[in-house]
Design a protein around this ligand. Structure first.
Ligand code: ADP
Length: 504
């Protein structure tokens, strides 16, 4: 079996320099412009997955605290909805500027709470910030229409109005960007928000709230409630069912997304869902193999494979199968450094928590038991800590294996051989997920054909990294409803009002 590079577990000098960058670390929640504890005074620990140290303690809030945040958002909406678009845009711009100025501080907090390599955290903050910047401009472009009427005594006007206070529930894998693209759009539209960040990563959210306050965003417009996992279902239910909340935007697992969708049905509440993916990454015989391998590394191993758009199944045409697997494995060995994300050289950090670790272990064990061949990795990297899993490449994959059907969310590359385009599409589309899909081809007809036939919301053609503020992000099938980013990202937060002026 092959090996890969690791860095020493403890790097005291790097830790010291990063710890200096923690002036935005907040240990209270942010409600109605105040930094507050939970009503019951309870806290929970935020753990660094790289070494299990306690990064901070934050309030473990309940439904009682959440109600206060909802009331604050509802109250602030009364005035925020009337702040003109230019002013809302300018406040978002100010927030963006402070976020950009504090990029490395936020990145240090993020790496400490989610284990993401510092280079990736820096990248995520820049990426997340680009949504605040984008929506600071979009605020001024939420325009209506004047439509010709069939009756000359009437005139038809169409305007877009903010739906009201919204709840934003976000995951741990992109602690900044998932909040930025929801909060940016909602504030631009004139909505106020209650943000419930993931229990693993509340600190990035609180740092963002601090900078929103510094930017002059009025009290109650942004509220952040922190809670441990056990309170999340009750808080989620309240947010879905409160008559004061007009809409929910959720990024996370399909299981939780379905619960929220059901809960929102009762009040016919707006919901945007960005759920799990199961991205195919197809490499055709005619592809540029070097570029495909580069794209594969980025699409698979970013954030240790813990992204909803991560390449989940590598589908490789038979003539180039062996060559691709060899080159991918060599590139992993030569370029991927695994270790504590604080070290600037590290490319892969730990998994977020024990649940993720157990899930990856089980998936690989199941595949191996059913006949998969381990080309690289295949086990936890225990010498680095208890949440590190070796970058892994598996072949001899069959349909009965769980890695064939499930979202992996870890550093495991599953390589499946196919004969022709029809077979590739059949495998690619044979899932209830439909978020991202990737393929590498040099045949222009094939490019348009396959892009059209892939049952996904986003397609990367000869490209492994596709997310950007200007493009609509979202899925079809069970991967979600609605789009984030781009001009379409505003739609979840506005409703259309038609006004008829008659008797002219
Ligand atoms: P993951 O499995 O990646 O942790 P989840 O979907 O479980 O993804 O979590 C994403 C977000 O949803 C987190 O903020 C989490 O606290 C929250 N969450 C988990 N369960 C519920 C629930 N039943 N209702 C509302 N939010 C929930």
């Amino acid at each position: 079996m092959m090996s890969y590079k690791v860095v020493p577990r403890y790097l005291p000098q790097i830790m010291r320099s990063n710890e200096r960058n923690m002036h935005l670390l907040r240990q209270k929640a942010y409600v109605d412009g105040n930094w507050v504890d939970a009503a019951k005074g309870i806290t929970f620990d935020v753990i660094n997955p790289a070494d299990n140290s306690v990064v901070a303690k934050v309030p473990d809030m309940s439904v009682e605290d959440t109600q206060k945040a909802i009331d604050a958002a509802a109250n602030a909406f009364k005035t925020w909805q009337d702040v003109n678009a230019k002013e809302r845009g300018l406040l978002l711009r100010k927030w963006y500027e402070l976020l950009a100025k504090n990029q490395s501080e936020i990145a240090s907090i993020m790496t400490a709470e989610c284990g993401k390599p510092i280079k990736e955290s820096m990248g995520e903050v820049a990426y997340g910030n680009s949504f605040i910047e984008w929506f600071s401009d979009e605020a001024r472009r939420i325009n209506g229409e004047i439509i010709s009427s069939s009756q000359s005594t009437k005139q038809i006007f169409v305007t877009k109005q903010p739906i009201g206070p919204v709840a934003l529930i976000t995951p741990w894998n992109f602690p900044h960007a998932m909040i930025a693209r929801k909060a940016g759009a909602s504030l631009a539209a004139g909505c106020t928000c209650v943000i419930k960040p993931a229990e693993d990563t509340p600190l990035t959210a609180l740092a963002m709230a601090q900078l929103a306050e510094d930017a002059g965003i009025p009290k109650g417009v942004i509220n952040v409630i922190t809670s441990d996992r056990k309170n999340a279902p009750a808080i989620g239910k309240l947010l879905c069912q409160s008559p004061l909340i007009a809409g929910i935007s959720f990024t996370g697992s399909t299981v939780v997304g379905k619960i929220l969708y059901e809960q929102c049905a009762k009040g016919i509440k707006r919901i945007g869902l960005e759920l799990g993916g199961n991205a195919p990454f197809i490499i055709f015989n005619n592809a540029d193999l070097t570029k495909a391998v580069q794209g594969a590394l980025a699409a698979k191993f970013r954030n240790c494979g813990q992204t909803c758009v991560a390449a989940n199944r590598f589908l490789i045409q038979e003539d180039i199968f062996d060559k691709f697997v060899d080159q991918l494995s060599d590139s992993i060995k030569n370029t991927i450094v695994q270790g504590n994300g604080k070290d600037g050289n590290v490319i892969i950090g730990p998994l977020i928590n024990n649940t993720q670790m157990n899930s990856i272990k089980r998936l690989v064990e199941d595949a191996v038991m059913k006949g998969a061949k381990v080309v690289l990795g295949g086990k936890p990297a225990t010498q680095l800590g208890d949440k590190f899993y070796e970058p892994t490449v598996l072949t001899n994959i069959t349909e009965d294996m769980n890695v064939y059907n499930q979202e992996i969310f870890g550093p495991v590359a599953v390589c499946i051989k196919f004969k022709d385009e029809d077979e590739a599409l059949k495998i690619a589309n044979g899932t209830m997920s439909g978020l991202a899909g990737y393929f590498y081809s040099s045949d222009v007809s094939q490019i348009f054909r396959v892009a059209r036939k892939l049952e996904v919301g986003m397609v990367g053609v000869n490209e492994g990294i596709i997310s950007t503020a200007e493009a609509p992000f979202g899925g079809i099938k069970e991967s979600g409803i609605g789009r984030e980013g781009s001009t379409h990202g505003i739609e979840d937060y506005v409703y259309i009002k038609y006004m008829c002026l008659g008797n002219m």
